[in-house]
Design a protein around this ligand. Structure first.
Ligand code: UDP
Ligand code: MG
Length: 331
């Protein structure tokens, strides 16, 4: 009972085709580790048979916890729910679609035993992803690296292992727009990469499309950088200075030489350019304002419809060995 406990958090949204195979591959990996394990499947409002399969798995395997959210909240919040309800001394996060090979987990655990608080899996290769997705992902990581003071490692997803104190730190970050890759880094503590090859999806389909990815990138940028707002101020300042200089010149020119009506093209160019720049930065400000609006509402991150703790953690729940789980609003 006093053995160390490893919690594995698996967010799952419509994964009926992959989840059983995932469990089949994860089970022996956990069995080979010399610690207790809990598999926290977070059903993120699936509309297919995922939940039924999870219920069955929880009957067959005493390590399986089922956390059923009241609707689809998105992967970032599903992961947060898992972190709130995990009891492990170490907590791993892994996708249900077998893109993150469970066989890497022992290496993550080894890193944790060495004393690292965050051991993240870094992909050496991504199988089954288009060049366009790789290129845009690469560009995004370069940009966010430049714009943000937190170091967000490139080629790294959410697949990683966290120590108890890193999890406890993360649980205090209750922001609505959760760019978890950034938050994982933001908490600090000793962090270490482990390299692996990312496999293609086992079955089913990715929940991402480019519009969602774009919005996700915006969440990441706005949550970790004010640089877009600063660009607005500096560009505004620069344009104002140029306008002032040009205005002075126009006045002097008119006083000296008079002004036959002229200059329609230059006026149009100036108006359209300034109008465009203003609209863009009203948009940028809007992005931040909208996020502030969401934060001020201060809503809970998710609601739990059902919590079926694994048999392996039930004694801990009664004795409160690893601390009680948090309510959905983290209080
Ligand atoms: N996921 C989730 N909620 C969502 C979307 C996805 O819990 O709203 C889970 C999904 O079941 C999978 C993981 O997040 O376990 C990664 O999703 P996906 O494979 O679609 O993303 P990708 O690997 O393409 O980035
Ligand atoms: Mg995937």
């Amino acid at each position: 009972m006093s053995q160390t406990l490893l919690s594995v958090i698996v967010p799952a949204y419509n994964e009926e085709e992959a989840i059983e195979e995932f469990h089949r591959r994860l089970a022996p990996v956990l069995a080979a580790l010399d610690c207790d394990a809990e598999i926290v499947f977070v059903n993120d409002g699936s509309s297919d048979a995922t939940l039924d399969i999870l219920h069955r798995l929880s009957e067959e395997d005493s390590r399986v916890t089922v956390l059923n959210l009241s609707r689809n909240f998105g992967k970032e919040r599903a992961m947060s729910a898992g972190l709130d309800y995990a009891h492990g001394d170490a907590v791993a996060v892994i996708d249900a679609d077998l893109q993150d090979p469970p066989e890497v987990i022992p290496e993550l655990v080894a890193g944790w035993r060495e004393g690292y608080d965050v051991v993240y899996a870094q992909r050496t290769r991504r199988h089954g992803e288009s060049w366009f997705k790789r290129a845009t992902a690469g560009a995004f990581y370069r940009v966010i690296q430049q714009l943000s003071r937190v170091h967000i490692p490139h080629d790294t997803g959410d697949f990683r292992l966290l120590s108890r104190r890193a999890v406890d730190a993360l649980k205090q970050l209750r922001e609505q727009h959760r760019f978890m890759k950034g938050l994982f880094s933001w908490v600090g503590f000793p962090q270490k990469p482990v390299r692996y090859e990312r496999d293609p999806r086992h079955a089913g389909q990715t929940k991402w499309n480019y519009w969602k990815l774009w919005n996700f990138a915006l969440d990441g940028l706005t949550a970790f950088s004010n640089v877009p707002l600063k660009i607005a101020s500096y560009l505004g300042g620069l344009v104002a200075m140029l306008a002032l200089t040009y205005g002075g010149w126009v006045i002097i020119k008119t006083l000296l030489f008079g002004e036959p009506v002229q200059g329609y093209p230059s006026m149009m160019v100036a108006i359209l350019f300034l109008g465009g720049v203003q609209l863009i930065f009203i948009g940028v400000m809007g992005e931040y304002l909208g996020r502030m609006f969401d934060e001020t509402k201060n809503r809970p991150l998710y609601f739990v419809q059902e919590y079926r703790p694994a048999q392996t953690v039930r004694p801990r729940l009664q004795h409160g060995a690893t601390g009680k789980h948090r309510t959905s609003d983290g209080s």
